[in-house]
Write a new protein. Structure first.
Length: 534
């Protein structure tokens, strides 16, 4: 094959045919290696997200690492394995492996945010390599390379990688994808089955999506058997052992959570914060329609992630929905297209495409809010489902003529890198990032609270009060906003204002803690009045 490159005359140190021949030879040799798609994808992912190494603690990072006592005292590490994610009844989440990694890092290197970010960057590189390897085993090295690069650069992964608590998504994805890659490898052996079990344990102890691994391996089984059916009783037994261990792992951890730790998978409505999960107060019809609109929103972010945000709670996505909402009808279209595609693939025996469609639906299911979870919407929740989306996209690109497919891939990657790099760079400066996020999402209660909290802690009380009052005007029934206003009032020595705000917070969320704060404010008001009379 003749390849012609235009090299300027001054650079012709040797004859061009020799240069072309050597470069082409080594390029083909490297690209033909089985490890090339994974290695290239990992390098690209790590290089891109290295931008976040200059970052700090953002959003929930500040609590789970900076304020959680377990991260600072090794003697409390046992509580990582016996209590919830937020260590205090704020949720039903159980992710002890990820939590333990925070404590271990704090013990090893102290309070160095860049080191926490580094682990996330390396995990994303590993996940990108596994996506590439899975794509390669499913449909060849070209599909693997395309899928790995798309996954490495997709902007929707910004929150999962740049936010340290997004490590739950990363570790879970590494466990799930690693188990799938091993499941496709032949011959299946007992050590390989044990390795799949270990990876399933890692995934399930990191995030709830990990419990879907038995179903995902079942969806992968037709592809695995078609590409390399078990040879002999030993391989069949090893494959059965892999399934038995993964199912046993899932069942055992479910029983641990449900019966021993009492961390239920299904959330009680009264336990939910409606500012983050407004579906808790949705009318019955809207409760059924909003998840369809959420599907439309997620699909739009997968295809065109132009606007990204760290919060989509109440007043961004509310408890009701208009029947004219374009996301609702986009969601209907996506669901219909998925169903038609699955049926066509089943009839035509397109095993790989059907596997990707099924896996994308299965991993999306926990985030869909068909069964209510803690948050209504989150970009980080698409980390694992997007792996199967990019493999589908890579399959489509690989069907194009080589030159056209490569050009289109390069164009998409350039846009993705630009969007990702410009966005994650903002995560390195907490204050300016919150201000930017508030401009991008002016109706977000969560971002208003973040900005007000930063202003409050840094002594900008007038700014904090202004932001808190803006949020109260948007949605006056969130107790956290009134709590923030009360704290600002106390620090400003406005005790009558603090008394009124604590009372409002308690009326909305009657707890002992808020009642005590309200009583303290009443006492301070009485002291001021007594001092005035004297």
């Amino acid at each position: 094959m003749n390849v012609h490159w235009n090299i300027p005359a001054p650079l012709e140190l040797v004859r061009l045919p020799v240069v072309e021949s050597l470069c082409y030879h080594w390029a083909v040799k490297i690209a033909s290696r089985s490890w090339a798609p994974g290695a290239i994808s990992a390098l690209v992912a790590s290089a891109l997200y290295a931008i976040t190494l200059g970052g700090t603690y953002i959003y929930d990072d500040a609590f789970l690492i900076g304020e959680d006592a377990r991260a600072h005292h090794p003697g409390l590490w046992g509580q990582y394995w016996t209590r919830d994610w937020f260590n205090g009844g704020l949720d039903n989440l159980y992710r002890p492996l990820v939590s333990q990694s925070f404590g271990l890092q704090m013990w090893l290197h102290g309070n160095r945010p860049w080191a926490f970010h580094l682990v996330n960057v390396l995990l994303h590189g590993g996940a990108s390599a596994l996506v590439a390897e899975l794509g390669r085993r499913l449909a060849g090295w070209r599909v693997g390379l395309f899928a790995g690069l798309l996954f490495a650069c997709h902007p929707i992964h910004s929150e999962a990688v740049a936010g340290i608590v997004g490590r739950a998504e990363l570790v879970c994805a590494v466990g799930v994808l690693g188990a799938m890659v091993l499941f496709l490898k032949r011959p299946m052996t007992v050590p390989r089955a044990l390795a799949i079990f270990a990876l399933s344990l890692i995934a399930m102890l990191s995030k709830e999506q990990g419990f879907l691994l038995p179903a995902l391996l079942l969806a992968l089984l037709p592809v695995a058997v078609h590409s390399g059916p078990p040879r002999g009783d030993a391989e069949r037994q090893a494959m059965l052992l892999a399934f038995a261990l993964v199912i046993w792992c899932a069942f055992g951890l479910i029983m641990l959570r449900e019966e021993v730790l009492k961390l239920r998978f299904e959330w009680e409505r009264g336990f939910l914060n409606i500012a983050i999960q407004p579906l808790a107060i949705s009318p019955p019809v809207d409760r059924r329609l909003i998840p369809i609109a959420l599907l439309g929103r997620y699909f739009q972010l997968l295809v065109a992630p132009v606007k990204l945000s760290i919060d989509y709670g109440m007043t961004v996505i509310g408890s009701t929905i208009s029947r004219r909402d374009p996301y609702l009808w986009l969601g209907v279209g996506v669901a219909a297209a998925w169903l038609v595609g699955a049926v066509v693939c089943l009839i035509r025996r397109r095993r790989v495409v059907l596997f990707c469609l099924l896996s994308m639906a299965l991993t999306y299911l926990p985030a869909s809010n068909i069964v209510i979870i803690a948050t209504i919407f989150g970009e980080r929740l698409m980390y694992l489902p997007s792996a199967f989306f990019v493999i589908l996209l890579a399959l489509l690109l690989a069907r194009l003529p080589c030159a056209k497919g490569n050009i289109l891939l390069v164009a998409v990657l350039i846009l993705a890198v630009i969007r990702t790099a410009t966005y994650i760079r903002r995560w390195n400066d907490r204050d300016s990032f919150y201000e930017y996020s508030l401009v991008q999402q002016p109706k977000s209660l969560g971002i208003h609270l973040l900005v007000a909290d930063v202003d409050y802690k840094e002594g900008r009380l007038s700014d904090a009060s202004r932001v808190a009052r803006e949020a109260e005007a948007l949605y006056p029934n969130d107790w956290q906003l009134w709590k923030m206003s009360a704290l600002i009032d106390e620090r400003s020595d406005d005790w009558p204002g603090a008394e009124a705000d604590w009372k409002r917070a308690f009326d909305l969320y009657p707890t002992v803690g808020l009642n005590n704060q309200w009583g303290n404010a009443i006492g301070m008001v009485h002291q001021e009045r007594a001092a005035t009379r004297k």
